[in-house]
Design a protein around this ligand. Structure first.
Ligand SMILES: NC(=O)c1ccc[n+]([C@@H]2O[C@H](COP(=O)([O-])OP(=O)(O)OC[C@H]3O[C@@H](n4cnc5c(N)ncnc54)[C@H](O)[C@@H]3O)[C@@H](O)[C@H]2O)c1
Length: 355
């Protein structure tokens, strides 16, 4: 299955195909001339897949090197980026060479950032390996790293030359990571894709069913994301739809301490909470909150968080970069499969945090 991300200045394809990882070389040779490439990955993904990708690239004529860093969010910083630069210099990567990001969202964001800044930018492609990366972070061109002051504070908008998705690699992903990725998938169904929602409704929710439906789920999710990002590359308009459940979700993540509640889990809790209040206010259809709760629970996503601390959440969300002045743009779902933006005074946000 193929999707085109149709940016006028930089169109690229997303190829979604089981087993495609071992074809990475022939895929890349359709995008780039044989040249030097550095595969940037983390230690866990390196152990599982780096050799396979390297061999495939080499047999397609590329001179391939692997750089890996320690897995996890704690590595997503400028210190690791410096190590990447050091490696690129060591192997003599030039502006006509490229970087392959092989891994989850941490790898994709960091490798993309390194690629967009090293020598003012070298080519890069994404080979996402976590569900979160396959349905979300590998598409849309947001790259970046965390700083001691904020998550994703330093970054660029840089589109890859292509995205290769092999759903087979999800078999080695941890169960919690797999389920977490479903938070964003459920969100895509709600904000844009009734067909995806219906498919999710028919599944039994087990990890096996996620793996079985992975190709289709990923296709639908990428389709939603690519349409939205093409319309609003720099995140000034409809891209906000992607933030359904995120305003409260981010506040929960920040309050819990990053890493305790995973992003997709926090999004699920956020979607449920915002819907509960919006439904009561008549801004979302009757019964939708219960539908979202059932869908999330079926896949093993949390729908509640304890201790629920309204004032701590409120403090966290006013520091969120989405808050502008005294108001906040809140995404709602007035009808299943379509989203809308409500600009509300920050004070009113307190109501959305009440249980
Ligand atoms: N750029 C964007 O638009 C965007 C969107 C969403 C999230 N993100 C970012 O993505 C990051 C989260 O991504 P993530 O959840 O993929 O985290 P991650 O990259 O840390 O991956 C999670 C874990 O899964 C492991 N892993 C990945 N693929 C695997 C596989 N196939 N088999 C076994 N293990 C595998 C990794 O080694 C890691 O330990 C965050 O930093 C977030 O800010 C960016």
């Amino acid at each position: 299955m193929k999707l085109n991300v149709n940016f006028p200045h930089h169109p690229y394809d997303i190829l979604i195909e089981k087993g495609s990882l071992s074809q990475a070389g022939s895929w890349l040779s359709q995008l780039w001339q044989p040249q030097k490439v550095v595969i940037v990955t983390d230690n866990r993904v390196a152990r599982l897949y780096a050799e396979k990708v390297k061999l495939s690239l080499e047999s397609a004529g590329f001179e391939a090197y692997v750089f890996d860093f320690f897995e996890g969010e704690a590595s997503k910083n400028l210190k690791t980026v410096n190590k990447v630069y050091e490696f690129l210099v060591k192997v003599g990567l030039t502006r006509s060479d490229g970087i392959v990001a092989l891994g989850g969202g941490v790898v994709g964001d960091l490798a993309g950032f390194a690629a967009s800044t090293y020598m003012r930018g070298v080519h890069f492609v994404q080979i996402p390996t976590s569900l979160t990366a396959q349905v979300d972070s590998s598409i849309g061109g947001k790259t970046g790293v965390n700083t001691p002051w904020a998550k994703n504070m330093v970054g660029t908008f840089t589109q890859p030359d292509g995205v290769l998705i092999d759903p087979e690699v999800l078999h080695t992903l941890g169960q919690r990571e797999l389920i977490e990725g479903m938070g964003e998938v459920v969100k895509y169904g709600l904000i844009e894709d009734k067909e995806l929602w219906d498919e999710l409704s028919e599944m039994d929710g087990s990890p096996e069913s996620i793996l079985e439906h992975a190709e289709s789920i990923i296709y639908h999710s990428c389709d939603v994301k690519r349409k939205i990002v093409v319309e609003d590359e720099l995140d000034n308009g409809v891209r906000l739809y992607l933030n359904f459940g995120h305003t409260i979700g981010h506040a929960i993540e920040a309050t819990a301490g990053y890493g305790k509640v995973m992003h997709g889990e926090a999004v699920a809790i956020g979607m449920v909470q915002v819907s509960r209040v919006a439904e009561k206010k008549g801004l979302m259809p009757a019964g939708i909150t219960e539908d979202i709760i059932q869908m999330c629970q079926k896949f093993g996503l949390p729908v509640d968080y304890q201790p629920w601390n309204e004032s701590a959440f409120y403090q966290a969300l006013i520091h969120d970069k989405k808050a502008r002045g005294n108001s906040i743009k809140l995404v709602l779902v007035p009808e299943l499969g379509s989203a809308s933006i409500h600009q509300i005074p920050l004070e009113e946000m307190k109501e959305f945090l009440k249980k």
